[in-house]
Design a protein around this ligand. Structure first.
Ligand SMILES: Cc1cc2nc3c(=O)[nH]c(=O)nc-3n(C[C@H](O)[C@H](O)[C@H](O)COP(=O)(O)OP(=O)(O)OC[C@H]3O[C@@H](n4cnc5c(N)ncnc54)[C@H](O)[C@@H]3O)c2cc1C
Length: 437
């Protein structure tokens, strides 16, 4: 592992962020022959969003613009794990996904989503009635109306799965430096010239910002305004239970998967409540966030982050690279919402009642105004590429985003239509997503 003391002083491409997106991008860049340096402020990879995910590699229920990426990403996940002799702890398994309808307004929407999936070639995605749900999930003896079922979806252990991409990138020659916060993307004459860190500058004429929830701060220093709303989502892991779930399950009130050793990983699922530690930064992009906050007020817990407000006041700005912490604090964990999720799970799966909590945690999700990511190589200085705004489901698509970002960085045609993900879309009116997260 390279430490900040022997930070490389030059590279073809610097990637900021060793989450799953940065690692997958580095892997794709290195596979194309680029000399890559990945910098992360934390002491290791996947310490932020990527290590805190539930681990559902979900194709279903996505916006149609993301579906081709999600399908490709699953193929890339399988390939990367198959090529890595140390990937057993990634627990990658293709066990499908069941999107349960438990309320009268859901079946029509799920039928429409199944249609959309079939339209892009996912022929086996279908709507099934309650009897078939029970055949698929015998433990689901509580009230269900039916489900959208997909055999394609997979699941994985997020931190270990991210390390699969770190190892792949490293095998291909990428260098990872931890404990190295990027404090500026340097530019001259409209071109990227590298990055500044607390220790030294690294010269590069291409920089990929894959900085998750902190991307807006770093980009503000490079003159790019990225409307992101970081919110905290919580997860709980139980002690092992006998087999209850094969596929991952998503429903109003809970989302769950069962690890190979029987532990359940549970979140609040569709319509989860998220927590926003508000500060002056929230005044940016209010035209996007106010209507969303009003529409989803039952799903949003607002707290004022007094310390951050003070920092912003001292800095004289609410978005600035200097406001990125050297190491991120542990996010708030919403135990009340997790208890409600465990109760909702036990209504449908009574055998999960009384499951013992082993650990719980919060993780920051980078919401974008329309629920779609930003993948853009033309939004700032030449040579700057942004991949952010993964909206709480980026683990699944990251490998395909990494390939796309690598092509954008090296001025090659990306294999997908990335126009729905251009930053410029936020100049106009953007539709709000149907769910908070
Ligand atoms: C609770 C929770 C549950 C989730 N469940 C799922 C799920 O089941 N399925 C799914 O597909 N997705 C899920 N997600 C979303 C998924 O985890 C994210 O979309 C994905 O991990 C984002 O990856 P990333 O690499 O963009 O960001 P991150 O993993 O956050 O990585 C960004 C990295 O950039 C670094 N960084 C930031 N600023 C700087 C700087 N200035 N200098 C150096 N380094 C910097 C950070 O330290 C961090 O390591 C979940 C997220 C959460 C929080």
């Amino acid at each position: 592992m390279t430490t900040p003391d022997d930070l490389p002083r030059a590279a073809d491409v610097v990637v900021v962020g060793a989450g799953v997106v940065g690692a997958a991008t580095a892997s794709a860049l290195a596979a194309r022959g680029a000399r890559v340096v990945v910098l992360d402020k934390e002491p290791g990879p996947a310490r932020e969003g990527s290590g805190r995910a539930q681990g559902s590699l979900r194709v279903q229920g996505r916006h149609p613009a993301e579906l081709p990426l999600a399908v490709e990403a699953l193929r890339l996940w399988r390939q990367a794990v198959a090529e890595d002799p140390d990937a057993a702890d990634a627990e990658l398994e293709t066990r499908g996904n069941v999107y349960l309808a438990t309320r009268a307004d859901e079946p029509d929407r799920l039928r429409a989503l199944a249609e959309q999936a079939r339209a892009v070639g996912l022929d086996a995605v279908r709507w099934v009635g309650a009897d078939e749900v029970r055949a698929l999930l015998p433990a689901a003896t509580g009230p269900v109306l039916g489900a959208m079922v997909s055999p394609y979806d997979a699941q994985a252990q997020p931190d270990a799965a991210t390390r699969v991409w770190v190892r792949r990138a490293a095998r291909l020659g990428a260098r990872f430096v931890y404990g190295s916060k990027v404090t500026a993307v340097r530019t001259a004459g409209g071109r990227v010239t590298g990055v500044r860190t607390a220790d030294a500058d690294v010269e590069a004429d291409r920089v990929v910002v894959a900085a998750g929830a902190w991307a807006a701060h770093l980009l503000a220093g490079a003159g790019v305004r990225l409307p992101l709303m970081p919110v905290v989502l919580s997860e709980v892991e139980t002690a092992p239970l006998p087999p209850l779930l094969g596929p991952t399950v998503r429903a109003a009130g809970f989302g769950a998967r069962q690890r190979p050793d029987g532990r359940l990983v549970v979140s609040a699922g569709l319509g989860a409540r998220v927590t926003r530690r508000a500060s002056l930064a929230d005044l940016h992009g209010l035209r996007f966030w106010l209507p969303r906050a009003a529409a989803f007020r039952a799903h949003l817990q607002l707290r004022v982050d007094g310390r951050q407000v003070l920092r912003e006041l001292r800095r004289g700005r609410a978005l600035d690279p200097a406001l990125v912490p050297d190491m991120s604090p542990e996010p708030f964990c919403d135990r009340a919402s997790l208890d409600a999720a465990l109760r909702a799970l036990a209504e449908v799966f009574p055998a999960a009642a009384g499951a013992v909590t082993q650990r719980s945690w919060g993780g920051v999700v980078d919401l974008s105004p329309d629920g779609l990511p930003v993948v853009d190589g033309r939004c700032g200085a030449d040579g700057l590429v942004v991949v952010a705004g993964l909206n709480g489901h980026g683990l699944a698509v990251a490998p395909a985003l990494g390939e796309a970002a690598a092509d954008l960085t090296l001025d090659r045609p990306p294999g997908h239509d990335l126009s729905p993900f251009a930053l410029a879309r936020f100049a106009g009116r953007v539709p709000s997503p149907e769910v908070m997260i």
